[in-house]
Design a protein around this ligand. Structure first.
Ligand SMILES: NC(=O)c1ccc[n+]([C@@H]2O[C@H](COP(=O)([O-])OP(=O)(O)OC[C@H]3O[C@@H](n4cnc5c(N)ncnc54)[C@H](O)[C@@H]3O)[C@@H](O)[C@H]2O)c1
Length: 266
């Protein structure tokens, strides 16, 4: 179901067969992406009613159709868009902040500060806003889970990709703050830290690493693999499985955790 501009919430409208989940609503930002859609697939299988948001209408519609989830077009750089999306979604049980852009590349002193602002706006500030928007209803119900999709290398720094690295590092602070402040209501906040994820985005990621470090793509791949203990890429479904766990009651005692799903990147 696509969000229209009319009144009412998506929850109040008739859901397509099979989308009304017994576990409540899971809202996924950037849900049309490679990892975002894998998370949508998994949470739907887990019994959630899944609502994805994305700025890319065509991609969002494709995922809506393929996975039988709901889609709301939403630019995560726009606070009114996010407010609208949360209003349409109804009470959210699980928020997955998956939206992320790569950001500008280059030496930190060469990247215009507005490029930092744009990356932090989408990758960090949107997660703050979305968390603010869903928290009151979660507090009322004394239940909920907020999950950030960060980045395995956030903690080691991303050479030539400082806007991205900084934006993802900020998510760890956000996770810790939310975990502490929402704990009295039984609401949990955790982060999943993927490494190099297989899929459409992978070739572009390797090219970016090569460009940032001034090496060939093969050398970039070898370098990443040599720093990855399991010597393998991560599958989007493996990231989704980590999200599934953190969203579930099995993780009722887990908050403020950074769950690394990178194959052991060091
Ligand atoms: N794929 C990887 O290798 C990898 C590795 C580590 C971390 N991550 C993180 O995982 C998360 C999901 O990544 P993915 O693999 O799905 O990436 P992706 O590029 O496939 O998807 C990102 C999605 O976000 C959407 N988007 C971009 N800007 C937006 C905006 N302003 N408002 C709303 N939507 C917007 C895009 O349209 C796209 O559908 C991201 O936060 C990413 O940084 C990915």
């Amino acid at each position: 179901m696509t969000a229209g501009s009319g009144p009412g919430t998506l929850a109040a409208q008739a859901a397509p067969p099979g989308t009304a989940g017994g576990n409540g609503t899971a809202l996924i930002t950037g849900g049309a992406g490679g990892t975002g859609s894998a998370i949508a697939r998994r949470l739907r299988a887990d019994g959630f009613r899944v609502v994805i948001t994305d700025v890319d209408r065509a991609a969002g519609e494709r995922v809506r159709h393929d996975l039988q989830v709901e889609f709301i077009r939403c630019d995560c750089a726009s606070e009114p868009d996010m407010r609208h999306a949360v209003r349409l979604s109804g009470p959210v049980q699980v928020l997955v902040n998956s939206v992320g852009i790569r950001g500008a590349t280059g030496a930190i002193w060469q990247i215009p500060v507005d490029d930092f602002r744009r990356t932090i706006e989408v990758n960090t500030v949107s997660h703050i806003v979305m968390s603010q928007l869903v928290a009151p209803a979660m507090m009322q119900r004394r239940s909920g889970a907020i999950i950030m999709i960060a980045y395995g290398a956030a903690r080691t720094g991303a050479v030539g990709r400082s806007p991205y690295g900084i934006s993802k590092w900020g998510l760890l602070g956000l996770t810790e703050s939310l975990a502490s402040e929402l704990a009295p209501w039984g609401i949990r906040a955790n982060a999943v830290l993927p490494g190099m994820v297989a899929g459409e985005r992978f070739a572009g990621s390797i090219a970016l690493h090569a460009q940032c470090e001034g090496i060939t793509e093969q050398q970039a791949l070898d370098r990443i693999m040599s720093r990855t203990r399991l010597r393998r890429l991560v599958d989007p479904a493996e990231v989704a499985a980590a999200v599934s766990y953190l969203a579930s009651d099995d993780a009722i005692g887990v908050t403020g955790v950074f769950l690394d799903v990178s194959g052991g990147f060091e």
